[in-house]
Design a protein around this ligand. Sequence first.
Ligand code: LMR
Length: 398
Amino acid sequence: MFESLKPVAGDPILGLMAAFRADNRDHKIDLGVGVYQDDSGRTPVMKSVKLAEAKLMELENTKAYQGIAGDAGYNQLMMALLFGADHSILNSDRLVTLQAPGGSGSLRVGAEVVQRARPDAKLWVGVPTWPNHIPLMGSAGFEIEEYPYYDKTTHSINIDAMMETLNQVPAGDVVLLHGCCHNPTGADLQPEHWDQIADIALERGFIPFIDIAYQGLGQGLDADAYGLRMMADRLPELLVASSCSKNFGLYRERTGSITLVAESAEQAKIVSAQSMSIARQIYSMPPAHGALLVSLILGDDQLRANWQAELEEVRLRIKSMRTLLTDGINDNAAGMDFSHIKQQQGMFSFLGITSDQLNRLRDEFAIYIVGSTRVNLAGINSNNIDYLTQSIRTVLDS
Ligand code: LMR
C-alpha cells in the first residue's frame, strides 16, 4: 500500500526547527519557529504557569474524560479574555466556545463547521499568511482565494488593494484575518482598518474568521483584541480561533479555543452541537492539562496579575529587540532601511533580504531564519545581538 505514497516537502517552519536542533555550532541563533526565548536564550515555563501546575497537582483528583467541548470554566474564561469581561456578546447566548487542541485545532474545527454549513464557501487569505493556514484549512475542504496584504516595497499593508479585493468577496465566503501580531509580517491592521473591514463585511455579507494566536504580545491584551471585539458588536456572524501557546507559553500543551458567533441563540445551539460533532470526529476531546492551568490562572486574581506582568515583560522584551536589531543593521553599506522592524508588532517581521543572503546567514553564520525572511525577534538577546547584526551587515555588504 505505502509504495504509492509520494515524497512530500517538509514544513518550512518545523523543518527549520529540526535543522537548527541538528546544528552543532555553539554560536547558532534560532530566529525561526515562533517560540519565545528570554534574554538567556531559553524558553522557560512562565512562573504563573509553574504555580498553577503546583496547584493543579494538589487539586486534580481525576483523569476521567472531560467532554468534547473541554473544560466549561476554561471556555468561559477564554471568552472573557478574548471579548473583554464586560462585552455584551457574553450575555447574548449567541456565542459558542470550545476548548480545542492549540490554535491549529481551533482553526480546523472552525473550518469544518463552515464547510458543513456552506460547502461551497471559499476561504480568502491574505498574501502572505502563516504558511500552514493553507493546508490546515484547505484540507477541511475550502477552496482558497487570496487578497493582497503586505507590500514588500513599502514594508506595510497595502490597504487600498486589500479593501478593493474584499469589496469583491461574495456573500457567504469566509475571510481569514490575523487578530494581532501578523504572522509572518508583523504589520497589523489599525482600528480604522478593522472598522472598514466590518463595513465591507456587512455590505458584502462575508464572514470574518479571526485567528488570534498572539493576544498580549502586540500592544497589550485589550488593544490586541480591538478587531474581534468590535466585530462581535457589529456583525451577525464571526469565528475566532485563539491559542494559548505564546501568551501562556503552553506550546506543547496544545491549548486553544474556537469561538463561533451565531446570528441568534437558536442557531448558536445548533452551531454548538455541530462543532462538538466535528471535534468528536477528528480528535474526540481536547487535551486537558493546558486548559486547566489557564483556568487556574485566569480564575485567580493573584495568579492572573502575575501572568499579566510576565506577559508584559515578554511583550516589552520583544519590542526592545526590534529596536536593537533595526539600529544595529540600519547603517549597512548596501543602504537598506530596516526601520519597519522597529515599528511592527509581535514576534515577527520580514528582513527582506535575498535567498542567497539568507542561505549565507545559515551556512556561514549559523543563523536560522525562515525562507520568507521572517525573523522571530524573540530569538535575539543581549548575548547574540552584536554577532547577529555584524553577520547581517556582512552578508548585505558583500
Ligand atoms: C510559527 O509560525 O512559527 C508558529 O506558529 C509555529 C508553527 O506551528 O508554525
